[in-house]
Design a protein around this ligand. Structure first.
Ligand SMILES: [Zn+2]
Length: 86
C-alpha cells in the first residue's frame, strides 16, 4: 500500500456525483510511480456523466499523487448498500 485508502476515499468523495467508493488499492513509490485501483459508485444518468465524474476523480488524484496511473471500476448507486468498506 502506497497511500492510505482513507486519503484516496476522501479525495474521491470530494467530487460531485460520487456516492461512495471501496476496494481501494495502491502500490508503488510516492513521487516516483504510484498505481491506484478503486471501485467508484457514481450517481449519473448516463455513461457520459459517469465518465466525466470518473475523470474528475482521476484529475484530483493526479494533482495530488503524480506520477500516478489510475484504474477506476464504475458502479451504479444500487451497489452501495452491501459495499460500505474501504
Ligand atoms: Zn465494487
Amino acid at each position: 500500500m502506497a497511500i492510505a485508502p482513507e486519503v484516496i476515499h476522501d479525495i474521491a468523495l470530494s467530487v460531485p456525483g460520487v456516492v461512495n467508493c471501496h476496494d481501494i488499492a495502491s502500490r508503488g513509490v510516492l513521487g516516483r510511480q504510484v498505481f491506484i485501483e478503486m471501485h467508484l459508485i457514481v450517481d449519473a444518468p448516463d455513461v457520459e456523466t459517469a465518465h466525466r465524474i470518473t475523470e474528475e476523480v482521476e484529475r484530483r488524484l493526479e494533482e495530488r499523487f503524480n506520477p500516478v496511473r489510475i484504474l477506476i471500476h464504475v458502479e451504479p448507486p444500487t451497489y452501495q448498500s452491501n459495499q460500505i468498506t474501504f
